[in-house]
Ligand binder design. Structure first.
Ligand code: HAM
Length: 418
């Protein structure tokens, strides 16, 4: 086939008609489970102010320093949203959602944009669903957030994963830990990778997330944050693990789990799957108790997660999980001649109003070609209409699977199929 003149951008993929049913099925599950958890949907614009994203996620993070799609128009600095935590918090502050009372239990589904090198499970436009619970300090909020995330995979039938859990501390615990980490790394600073050396002063905890081979032996024996948590943070973490135990949700405590954004405090978690290859993170999240204040609101604790939808669908494929049924249409009108076509177009709405999906040939094809098309469309029934049928007021209703035919009036067909 000739190469098309226009193609989509690298890492930005079309979701084609054969793919969209499983997306809808997944979205349906998310909406349904969110309703069961009493979470409310929030939809924010695709673009945000660059400064919000830089402040929210952190200037030195990979996302901000390498991966944002940003541009200027007039005096405005636009960025395609790389994630939704900062935008949801922006919306919460801007619209005073705290005044609705209680904690805001929000969820979302939508596209995100990161200028990463595309590979399996990593795109430049990808989709996330997620939850942000804003206004609660209670470990119950952490655990409900995790429980919702786990519920989606459980319902779909993805069971092969690992939930990694850590506390990244509150500012006080973190300062103590960072100090200890610097102390430990300092004698070998020159042996660390360049990226890690750059992180040493400002953000030594991110060194723990390094994938560089030369860093690994130093990370392996680094001090663990659990030894530096103050009483309050340690007690919060204990409650989170206790509630998870009560729910029977298994997890591994990974003391070196740090996440890719600067806003995290206390609980941090990641769900990984061995079915995904190198991009193995299905979902991740945690607390961000300082973010609301950071972007101009009142001090407000919050917790959330986001999950990659493409990665979830890859896991489904690996596990042979079919999210959507095979596409079909209830009725296909097979028409012979103009009168038949005008009868069909007039009667399509009657079927549809009765909740029966119905279509007809749009290409004035021969009867044989229409029957072939009805098969391709996976029609359950065809209604065959020609001059004789119109004169007699009786039509052939053909059950395509059973290859059985009945001669019935249109009203009888309607009753039979309703
Ligand atoms: P994140 O870990 O950056 O967290 O992204 C969450 C999930 O999005 C990842 O685990 C992965 O499944 C998916 N993902 C990320 N980048 C890509 C990509 N380039 N292509 C395909 N999938 C991708 C966040 O975004 C935080 N906002 C999560 C959060 C919410 N924390 C608190 N609240």
């Amino acid at each position: 086939m000739a190469k098309p003149k226009y193609t989509s951008h690298v890492g930005m993929v079309d979701i084609l008609p054969d793919e969209s049913p499983k997306w809808r099925a997944l979205e349906h599950i998310i909406h349904e489970e969110a309703a069961r958890f009493n979470f409310e949907e929030i939809r924010t614009p695709i673009m945000e102010q660059t400064e919000l994203i830089v402040r929210g996620i952190g200037q030195l993070t990979d996302i901000v320093s390498k991966e944002i799609f940003a541009f200027e128009k007039g005096d405005s600095h636009y960025v395609l949203r790389p994630e939704l935590t900062a935008p949801v918090v922006r919306s919460y502050v801007e619209h005073h959602l705290d005044q609705r009372g209680g904690s805001q239990k929000l969820y979302y589904i939508g596209p995100m944009f990161r200028a990463e090198k595309p590979q399996k499970g990593r795109q430049r436009q990808f989709h996330q669903f997620g939850v942000e619970v804003i206004g609660s300090d209670d470990p119950v909020a952490d655990v409900e957030t995790i429980a919702f995330m786990m519920r989606i995979y459980e319902r779909i039938g993805i069971k092969n994963f690992e939930l990694k859990l850590n506390s990244v501390g509150d500012p006080e615990s973190r300062e103590a830990y960072k100090e200890a980490l610097r102390e430990y790394l300092k004698p070998n600073l020159s042996k660390l990778s360049e990226v890690s050396q750059n992180r040493f002063e400002k953000n030594p905890m991110r060194i723990l997330d390094s994938k560089e081979p030369e860093d690994q032996e130093f990370i392996k024996n680094a001090p663990v944050i659990q030894d530096y948590l103050n009483e309050e943070t340690a007690s919060h973490f204990d409650k989170v693990t206790k509630y998870l135990d009560d729910l029977g949700i298994s997890y591994t405590i990974d003391p070196y789990l740090v996440r890719g954004m600067d806003y995290y405090t206390r609980t941090a978690f990641e769900l990984t799957s061995p079915d995904l290859g190198s991009q193995d993170a299905l979902a991740g999240g945690g607390r961000y108790d300082l973010l609301v204040e950071e972007i101009g609101g009142q001090p407000t604790p919050a917790v959330g997660f986001a999950a990659g939808m493409e990665r979830l669908l890859i896991a489904c494929e690996e596990l042979d999980i079919e999210l959507a049924e095979e596409k079909s249409v209830d009725v296909y009108f097979v028409t012979l001649g103009d009168l038949a076509r005008s009868f069909a177009i007039k009667h399509l709405p009657k079927l549809r109003e009765a909740g029966i999906s119905a279509t007809m040939d749009y290409m004035s094809r021969s009867m044989k070609a229409q029957m072939k098309d009805a098969n391709r469309e996976n029609a359950l029934y065809t209604i065959i209409i020609g001059d004789n049928e119109l004169n007699e007021g009786k039509f052939t209703l053909r059950n395509m699977k059973e290859s059985e035919e009945d001669s019935l009036s249109f009203d009888e067909i309607l009753t039979k199929l309703s």
